[in-house]
Design a protein around this ligand. Structure first.
Ligand code: 13P
Ligand code: SF4
Length: 322
């Protein structure tokens, strides 16, 4: 539930979520803005969004939107991708600090040196990377199309896969391809406790375990189904089961519970008794910051045109191959 308050010098709004919802709706009309939100956003943000999706769906929406302004309720690499696709539009990110541990694990400098060791390899990069890494890549992929894209690459063509080693390993298993992996990972998907998941399964023997491919192999081997956030949501809705253990960021459960209110969705527990299965970057965005970003038309995403043009090519390639 929404708890933030608007300070008097920011707005004359009360702190009621209803006021914020209607103020955001008015601003959206005024600016011809669209709100694109990822499933890991807090529930209130998902509820005000025009489109909620996984990274592929969000990129496709960003590529086709007629809006003049894109408010991206997600993390920096997602808003940056929207800007790469829409250089003339205003792209807003409610909190510029909303980064990503995967993107942070792969600096352009280090990656260039890594890539130089494998001159005959092509580079397939997970969309969870900076524009600079995209500019050094041949094709971008997301968790929903990584297997499909790798399967389209000729067998004799060696591949570097960056930056997520867990997704890379999963793709290798699914395709039987050997790939050179960059050693990056997501802090959220590496937090799940195998022991606690197994204990939950004992308490809920009928529950299906749904996992995101960013999880480590020892978690994925317990999964009944592995997929992107959109794929996990669809699976949960279509399945005959009524109980699920969800091994990904628990923001997705907001949508699962909304669409299937009679089913039980249990978040997979982290190793420690912390809330570290919540992405600390995604959760920096709040409904209040969404309102302020639209009202003040900032924080805005900007990037150099030379990087943008280079980063666009592998994103377009992904959109063609998806
Ligand atoms: P998808 O929504 O594409 O499955 O990605 C999950 C994720 O970690 C985004 O940061
Ligand atoms: Fe990055 Fe992981 Fe957060 Fe997704 S959940 S934004 S991969 S840190």
């Amino acid at each position: 539930m929404f708890t933030a308050t608007i300070s008097p010098n920011q707005s004359s709004l009360s702190n009621s979520p209803q006021d914020l919802f209607s103020a955001i709706t008015d601003l959206k009309k005024e600016l011809n803005a669209v709100i694109l939100a990822h499933y890991y956003q807090e529930g209130d943000i998902q509820d005000i969004a025009d489109y909620i999706g996984d990274s592929l769906g969000l990129s496709q929406q960003a590529a086709s939107t007629q809006a003049d302004v894109i408010l991206f309720a997600g993390v920096h690499f997602m808003a940056e991708t929207a800007k790469i696709l829409n250089p003339h539009k205003l792209v807003l990110l409610p909190d510029l600090e909303a980064g990503c541990s995967l993107a942070d694990s792969c600096s352009a400098d280090q990656f260039s040196k890594f890539k130089a060791q494998y001159p005959d390899h092509i580079v397939i990069s997970y969309i969870n990377c900076t524009a600079e890494i995209k500019a050094l890549s041949d094709i971008i992929c997301t968790s929903s199309n990584a297997v499909k894209i790798v399967k389209q690459i000729p067998k004799n063509q060696p591949i570097i896969f960056a930056p997520d080693k867990n997704l890379g390993r999963y793709v290798m298993e699914q395709t039987g391809r050997d790939m050179v992996l960059w050693d990056g990972s997501c802090i959220v998907h590496e937090t799940f406790s195998e022991k606690k998941i197994v204990q939950l399964k004992v308490q809920h023997p009928q529950a299906e375990i749904l996992a995101h491919p960013e999880c480590e192999t020892h978690i994925l081997r317990h999964a009944d189904y592995i997929g992107s956030t959109t794929a996990l949501l669809k699976y949960a809705l279509d399945s005959k089961s009524s109980e699920f253990i969800i091994a990904t960021e628990p923001g997705i459960i907001h949508q699962m519970a909304k669409d299937a209110p009679k089913k039980l969705f249990i978040p997979a527990p982290p190793e420690n008794n912390c809330a570290c299965n919540e992405c600390p970057y995604m959760r920096l965005n709040t409904l209040e910051k969404v309102y302020l970003a639209l009202k003040n038309r900032t924080p805005e995403i900007n990037l150099s045109e030379s990087i943008r043009v280079k980063a666009l090519k592998p994103i377009q390639k992904m959109l063609e191959m998806s």
